[in-house]
Each structure stands twice: as structure tokens, then as C-alpha cells.
Design a protein around this ligand. Structure first.
Ligand SMILES: NC(=O)c1ccc[n+]([C@@H]2O[C@H](COP(=O)([O-])OP(=O)(O)OC[C@H]3O[C@@H](n4cnc5c(N)ncnc54)[C@H](OP(=O)(O)O)[C@@H]3O)[C@@H](O)[C@H]2O)c1
Length: 361
């Protein structure tokens, strides 16, 4: 049903990229001034691309992983009521409470805990942490067929390489997540909009189908003609904020120290050289702009890796710093600082995993 990709769409939740997105402000979620200007430009672009309103299509949607991101996605889809939504989680519940800025809703939700119960779906939204992807293989085997699309709502790069081997021939749709999703309890999540768009996908057939899927949910999708650049820009933010807060066990206030700030610049410049070799169009002052963006975040904000470290959970390090080091190797670019961070974080993460195994044994 979804194989005839929409070539033109006119949806209320979509911003379509154009050459304007190459300007740094257009793709920095927290750079409010540049972003406002760029998005005004993009909104104009949306109008000029639009034709007739899209026909509503009902799909079956399986959300795998009901944490902050999956819970918000499932809650928004269920609240919009256009699709048949069910969740694949490790703990059962019947009703999901979603706090969003405009209102709080409680929606009934079918939650499965046994992959054997799952039937093939039109869409899978894979919302686990990147390092948990392999553990969802039993779910994906049951949920996917070649016509299925798997939207991967995870940080990092390399979504296709990570997911395709367990996707049973389904199409992988990488998604950049800009909204903040907080899990307050297993059945209770909170959505915070961080910028004027919540998600970004490539402006291609599967990306447009994803935007269409989310029409009416209130989650705003940016269709990007420069998706790789956006992926690297998000990766750069994560490549300093997450490792440094996790290793120092301090919130983002630590990034404001002069010595740490200088270290971040050096880590970023290594990663930027790799990103450019990988095809991302990164600005001459990309490192400085990335740090300026980080300085707009509250000093008392944590990062997911900081919270995972404090909680003794394994870390999402391979998809972030690991991806930079691996891409550096592919392009023969040395990344000694990122490699040092990776080594230390692997040690932290492996110890957490071993402790977890010992507790479960
Ligand atoms: N949260 C944010 O604001 C945010 C923003 C941007 C990007 N991201 C990215 O989005 C992705 C998801 O992040 P998140 O914050 O939603 O993570 P999270 O809160 O840790 O949620 C992950 C969920 O996946 C579940 N899960 C893991 N393995 C599973 C399996 N085999 N079967 C079923 N469920 C499984 C976990 O279940 P348990 O509870 O049982 O462990 C958990 O509920 C990450 O890549 C993250 O970096 C997050």
C-alpha cells in the first residue's frame, strides 16, 4: 500500500528543506534566531511544493521501545486516531498518559510483551537506544515483511547498517529526533518541543511517507534535501555533550569551564574533518557554532549518557563517538581525542553491562 511513494505532499506538519537549509541556522534546533529566519524561508518553500491535500491512509504501526521517544510517538499517533497503533515493550500496561505543552491526554494502547503475539505491520517505529537494536530482532522478525517501513528514531548515524541485517527485507527510514521525550513512568511520558520541528527525514519517498504517517499528530517533520549534513550536526552536539557529561558525572554546566570548552573544540574539529570526508556540508566555523548551540542549553540539563552512567546502564556510545572513530578509519583521518573518549566510555559501559548481568544471574 505504501510502495507508491508520495512525490508531492501538502501536510500540516511538514516543513520541506531547500538550499536554505545549508545555512547553519536552519538546522540547529536551539539556535533560535538563525532558525526562525530560515524556517520562515522554509515555510514559503512548503507552500510552493504543495499540491492537492494528501488522502488520509490508515496504516498499522508498531512502536518498538516505549521510552521517552517511543512513548511520545505512540501517544501522539494514538491520540490522532488515524492509524492502528500498538506497542512492543517489556512491561504490559493498558493506557498511556502523554503530557504535551497544550494538554495532557490518556489514550488506550495495545501493548504486547511477547514477540510471538506480533503480526506484520505497515510501519515499525524503532525507538530503543541504538545499542539495544539487536535485542529487538525477535520483534522485527515478526513485524516486518518486504513492504514494511522501519522508521529508526535513534541518535547517531549508520541507521541502515545497524537495522537492515535484522529488518527482514523491510525499508529502513533514518529519522533525526529533535523533540525531548521524557519517561515519567512506564505508562507516562512528557513531550517538550525543542524547536519548530520535531523530527527530520530525507526528502525522498520513504521520508515523505513518514511525514504523511505523522500528519495530524502535532509532531512536525522537516523533509531535508541535506539529510546527511543534519545527521552530522546532531551527531556533533551529542559527540561532546554526552561523553563529557558522562565521564565527568556533571551536568552541562561542565561544558562552560574554559579548559573543557577548549577540549570540546578540539574533539569537534576532529569529528568535523571526518564528517566532511563522509559527505556532510559543515561550515568553516562549525565547531564554534556547535558549542554556541550547546551554550543555549540550560547549565543544569543532563544528557542521556550522563543519566545512564549514574544509573549504571550500558551507554549508547558506539552510535555516537564510535561512529565518528569508525568513519575516521574509513576515510583515513586520525581521531585520537574521540578514540580516547571512546575507550574510556567503553570501559564505563562494559562495567555497567557486566554488573547488570551479575544482578540478573
Ligand atoms: N529522550 C530524548 O529526549 C531523545 C532526544 C533525541 C534523541 N533521542 C534518541 O532516541 C533514542 C531513544 O531514546 P529514549 O530516550 O527514548 O530511550 P529510553 O527512554 O531508554 O527508551 C528506550 C526504550 O526501549 C525499550 N527497549 C529496549 N530494548 C527493548 C527490546 N528488546 N524490546 C522492547 N523494548 C525494548 C526500553 O525498555 P526498558 O524500559 O524495559 O529498558 C525503553 O523503554 C535514542 O537513540 C536516543 O539517543 C532521545
Amino acid at each position: 500500500m505504501l510502495r507508491g511513494w508520495p512525490s508531492r505532499i501538502a501536510l500540516s506538519n511538514v516543513v520541506i528543506g531547500s538550499l536554505g537549509e545549508l545555512s547553519p541556522g536552519a538546522v540547529r534546533p536551539s539556535d533560535k534566531h538563525g532558525e526562525q529566519a530560515a524556517l520562515m524561508q522554509e515555510t514559503h518553500s512548503t507552500r510552493s511544493h504543495a499540491t492537492a491535500p494528501a488522502e488520509p491512509k490508515a496504516s498499522t504501526v508498531a512502536v518498538v521501545g516505549l521510552g521517552g521517544i517511543g512513548g511520545v510517538a505512540a501517544g501522539c499517533l494514538q491520540d490522532a486516531g488515524r492509524h492502528g497503533v500498538f506497542a512492543c515493550a517489556r512491561r504490559p500496561f493498558d493506557c498511556l498518559t502523554l503530557e504535551r505543552p497544550e494538554r495532557t491526554v490518556s489514550v488506550p494502547l495495545r501493548v504486547m510483551t511477547n514477540p510471538k503475539e506480533a503480526e506484520p505491520a505497515d510501519w515499525v517505529l524503532l525507538c530503543t537506544k541504538a545499542h539495544e537494536t539487536r535485542s529487538t530482532a525477535d520483534w522485527l522478525r515478526r513485524l516486518c515483511r518486504p513492504s514494511t517501513l522501519i522508521a529508526v528514531l535513534q541518535n547517531g548515524i549508520g541507521h541502515n547498517a545497524r537495522v537492515a541485517p535484522i529488518a527482514a527485507g523491510a525499508t529502513v527510514v533514518p529519522v533525526i529526533v529533535y523533540y525531548n521525550g521524557e519517561r515519567l513512568a512506564a505508562d507516562h511520558v512528557r513531550l517538550r518541543h525543542v524547536t519548530q520541528y520535531d523530527l527530520a527525514v530525507a526528502d525522498d519517498g520513504p521520508g515523505r511517507a513518514f511525514a504523511e504517517l505523522l500528519d495530524g499528530t502535532g509532531l512536525r517533520v522537516f523533509l531535508s534535501t541535506e539529510f546527511k549534513t543534519l545527521q552530522w550536526r546532531k551527531l556533533l552536539i551529542n559527540a561532546v555533550a554526552n561523553p563529557i557529561t558522562a565521564l565527568t558525572r556533571q551536568r552541562q554546566t561542565v561544558l562552560r569551564r574554559e579548559d573543557v570548552h577548549a577540549l570540546c573544540l578540539a574533539v569537534l574539529n576532529e569529528a568535523i574533518a571526518v564528517g566532511r570526508a563522509d559527505g556532510a556540508h559543515l561550515a568553516g566555523d562549525e565547531a564554534e557554532q556547535t558549542l554556541s548551540t550547546l551554550m543555549t542549553y540550560p547549565a543544569e540539563a543532563g544528557t542521556s549518557m550522563y543519566f545512564d552512567t549514574l544509573a549504571g546502564r550500558p551507554l549508547e556510545i558506539e552510535a555516537l563517538t564510535g561512529a565518528i572513530v569508525a568513519a575516521g578509519e574509513r576515510h583515513a583521518i586520525a581521531t585520537p581525542l574521540n578514540r580516547a573518549l571512546l575507550t574510556l566510555l567503553r570501559a564505563v559501559s562494559d562495567a555497567a553491562a557486566q554488573e547488570g548481568q551479575a544482578v540478573r544471574a
